[in-house]
Design a protein around this ligand. Sequence first.
Ligand code: IFM
Length: 808
Amino acid sequence: MSYGHFEGREYVITNPRTPVKWINYVGTIDFGGFVDHTGGLLVCKGDPALNRITKYITQLPSSEFKGSTIYLRGRRGDRSFLYSPYYVPTLHEYDRYECRIGLGYSRFLMEYVGIRTEITVFVPEGESVVLQDVRIRNTGSDTVEVLDLIPVVEYSHFDALKQLTNADWVPQTMTSKAIGRPGGLLVLRQCAFMQTGRAENFLTSNSPVSSFEADRRRFLGENEYGTWKMPFSLVDGREFSNYEPLRGDNVGALMHHVGPLAPGEERRVIVQLGQVESVEKAMPLIERFREPEEVDAAFARMQAFWEEYLNVCQVETPDPEFDLLVNTHNPRQCYVTLNWSRYLSYYQLGYGARGIGVRDSSQDVMAVVAGAPGRAKKLLRKLLSVQKRNGSSMHQFNPKTMEATMGDAREMEDRPQYYGDDHLWLVFAVCHYIAETGDYAFLEEEIPFYEKDKEGRPLESARVLEHLERALAFTWNDTGVHGIPHLGFADWNDTVNLKIGAESFFIAHQFSKAARDLADLMDHLGKKEKAETYRSYAEEMKRRVNEVGWDGEWYLRYFDWDGSPIGSRGNVHGKIYTNAQSWAVISGNATPERARKALDAVYTHLNTRYGIKLSTPGYDHYDPNLGGVTTYPPGAKENGGIFLHANPWVIIAECMMGNGERAYQYHRQVNPIKKNEIIDIYEVEPYVFCQNILGDEHPQFGLGRNSWLTGTASWMYQAATQYILGVRVTHSGIVIDPCLPSEWEGFRMRRKVRGTWYEITVRNPEHVSRGVQSCTLDGEAVEVSGGAARIPFDTEGKDHVVEVILGA
Ligand code: IFM
């Protein structure tokens, strides 16, 4: 079955009955959320847990109303109709349906009963309002005598979890009031009683409202035995009751009489749903977006932002699906993860105090340093400010209040109360940001550590560079009996939670890479001694890993608290783990011979046609000693599932080893654009990466879930641009070191680095995978060493042409 296709920078859904809801993000966490492909809307302001605006329950069936919709009611001749231009909740037989997933907007097209509607949903940049810009045209040959447009929203209590846990207190607090009069322009104001004057939601439009409804019982009618598909308040051309509730399940419904509509005639109604401190004070904002020209200008500004963000790196390769992903959908997803971390999606529901994760967001930052350096830096400051004085880090935090917690570790008191990996991601993120931007001054910025005194004042601050050094020192001093770093509560793999004393090879590899990155930075800063010290740390960790961590054909993943190995051929389940192999190579810890063996073992034991599994075989029963990983059946999530986040690390490792065929194969087999061909197996959006795909031990092999908010986005983007295409920004210049499938003739990349444009052309006349033979910059030969070209940074601020020839 096909549900849609790619067109330009959009994905066009043409069949609304997708296997699961497919969503798109509008706005940012400051104000925004997602709109699903049938118009359902989940929006919040600043915090999905504590300031949620619409009630969107993802677990309800796809046919159900979720958060928001629009109804069209009318009559042409003797035919009456009531339907939604979003398809849900009326589920009618339409003539044409389209949902265009765009950059920051979704555009819905519906043709039915000779009426064409086009609705663009978006949040103007920096504003606290989501717009539904509706155009309705009569495409029939006779007049539509009666036509009513009714936008409807259902509110959530601002405390999203309370909404689900207290069905007396919540409705007792919910109130709605109209400002303006039925018959004219009207703003329907909604708030929880205690929030009045602090945070008020509003629903309004730029067209006269003849009546309104704000109480769900009245809207659905007959003690709610009316349904969203057929609300009793909408039968027989009735008006709403104009009742202003002081309790109940609050909705907003505005009746607009937009007919009659002659053949070819069109109306444009702009619906606003927003949140402001006080509606009275916000009238200028509301007035502004009643003007179609203002709405058009806001839309154009938003598009200009996306063009600028995406333009910093555009590529042209022999594979159009690779290009579509790398030029648009992948970097777009990276920006969404930067905004939302893992906080709010169709799967990650934003309740409670989860907030955003240090590990996750540090990785997200790495993919946007070129396109959105300002936002990256802002987030880095926050991430560094939840680091602790001992160098380790809090696990997650609320980005508004900056309150941090130790995440799931709190649920198992007998396990270590810190994560062994969180702080090391900070080193990668900061080093990456600095190299890309050249913003070395950031290293001198004072940022407080997380610990506070009784008055809430930070106990200590340090320069960013010292934050990084403390991160490294923490792990250097936190090793187990084999000299391998302690696991803490968990490392990247959240679900393996071993008893105190367990050691993690993933952290050993992470540590070596962080030490080498910091050494490179120290070299650049002229601190040779420190650089040497950090390199010696990395070398020592490498020695230990190779002494105790090689299992004959691949690297081990953990030592349990009692010293028994995990991820070893001696284990019955979890014999081999992907990350132990890929990171051994990425970190430089693997010897060349072992690196090849380890990566071949991944290919032999872990690769499937739908992607690389995280480990194999899956654990087949619950084992409290191992923790969360054994709560899944074999083949699901971290238990032998295709955990996509780990796939780009293998791609990077294969590129480092010069195996372009395999790197490309691994990339292609998980490219979501290709998944459009197997969408009834895959099920989730084909325009973004998902977090997990069921592995081949599971009967639903190939089924994807948890789309959008995953570190896969960042690493896939890095793998494609910096390793397959091989353009990397270092402290001393741009390295060009592609690792291609040998059948490629080459590729082109237009890349902006530190304010300067580089037009890079790579030719591959001998059809090799890797190895730069020669390189020119504006016609002059530049240094080629170790098979890679090195382009010095521009000092004159002019555009450059780079020509690279690969060869044996
Ligand atoms: O690394 C984690 C991430 O932080 C949250 N989702 C699951 C990943 C793997 O366990």
